[in-house]
Design a protein around this ligand. Structure first.
Ligand SMILES: [Cu+2]
Length: 117
């Protein structure tokens, strides 16, 4: 292999390695726990309007729309429910949402709360 071709191969390998590395860092991004109260459910948009508590380093306390990672949840959650989610640096999506039904409402089913996972 000529010296030039060899450097090109090394450069291509380095690029590939960098791309793979970048893909891996997404799962290692800093995560935060988000707490909030559901104010509106927007099934078409795949989002929830949540009155969220302050998450230092991620988002101040405010009410805003957040996309959710699992839109099936939008059919189960109700206005007034409290949610806890995992959020990541540079990503405004709510992940792994856990719903605590609003106090005073009867949970669906027999009220025998079982973990869903
Ligand atoms: Cu905000």
């Amino acid at each position: 292999m000529s010296r030039l071709a060899c450097s090109i191969t090394i450069a291509a390998l380095a690029l590939f390695t960098a791309a793979v590395g970048a893909g891996q860092t997404t799962s290692a991004k800093k995560s935060y726990t988000f707490h909030g109260k559901v104010e509106a459910i927007k099934e078409k948009a795949g989002s929830l309007t949540v009155n969220g508590e302050d998450v230092p380093g991620w988002m101040a306390a405010m009410t805003m729309d957040y996309k959710v990672d699992n839109t099936a949840l939008l059919k189960k959650v109700r206005v007034g429910d409290e949610i806890v989610a995992t959020v990541y640096d540079g990503d405004m999506m709510l992940h792994k949402i856990k719903v605590t039904p609003a106090k005073g409402t009867t949970p669906k089913g027999n009220g025998d709360a079982k973990p869903t996972k």
